[in-house]
Design a protein around this ligand. Sequence first.
Ligand SMILES: NC(=O)c1ccc[n+]([C@@H]2O[C@H](COP(=O)([O-])OP(=O)(O)OC[C@H]3O[C@@H](n4cnc5c(N)ncnc54)[C@H](OP(=O)(O)O)[C@@H]3O)[C@@H](O)[C@H]2O)c1
Length: 167
Amino acid sequence: MIVSLIVAASTNNVIGKQGQLLWNLPNDMKFFKNTTWGMPVVMGRKTYESLAGGPLPGRFNFIVTRQAGWDPHHEKAKVVPDLEQALEAARETDCKEVFVIGGGEIYAESIAIADRIYMTRVHAVVEGDTWFPVIDEKQWDLRSDRGFPADEKHAYSYSFQVWERKK
Ligand SMILES: NC(=O)c1ccc[n+]([C@@H]2O[C@H](COP(=O)([O-])OP(=O)(O)OC[C@H]3O[C@@H](n4cnc5c(N)ncnc54)[C@H](OP(=O)(O)O)[C@@H]3O)[C@@H](O)[C@H]2O)c1
């Protein structure tokens, strides 16, 4: 099973502020949905709580928390006590790829064991309080990089990058 991180980060690696995202990029939302559809997704408890509509539909949702007895208030959200058990549960779905979807704490822990990073690089320097780790180019190869300009629906230009861990 491929372990992938999927993230949207500003040029200065900011991914969130006060529990929320910092932009609305409809094409990135579509990319995220299409890429993760049908697959297991792993997220931190805080990211889960930031989702307006509960678990993501059409995907196996695994929520990581250290709080015994924490209740996601939704039967489709499965609670796991650490990242290792999240990946084990994801493996049991028999899917070919698992997506770690954030946030900052979970990315920081999982980048060491990830095989692939889907990075939407948002071409802006923004202030926030949550970051994606710097991608170390000694360890990661940029395999594709497709850029798109800002337009009436997208306040910033952005690019869809795929990084693979060097063998
Ligand atoms: N731009 C993007 O692509 C993107 C994607 C996702 C999220 N975000 C943003 O990121 C921010 C949230 O990130 P965050 O770093 O504050 O929180 P987070 O990573 O979503 O969640 C952190 C929580 O996860 C649990 N956790 C983390 N590591 C664990 C471990 N090893 N074992 C068990 N539980 C563990 C803990 O929950 P307990 O406290 O319950 O124990 C911890 O408080 C928000 O602003 C959100 O909008 C951005």
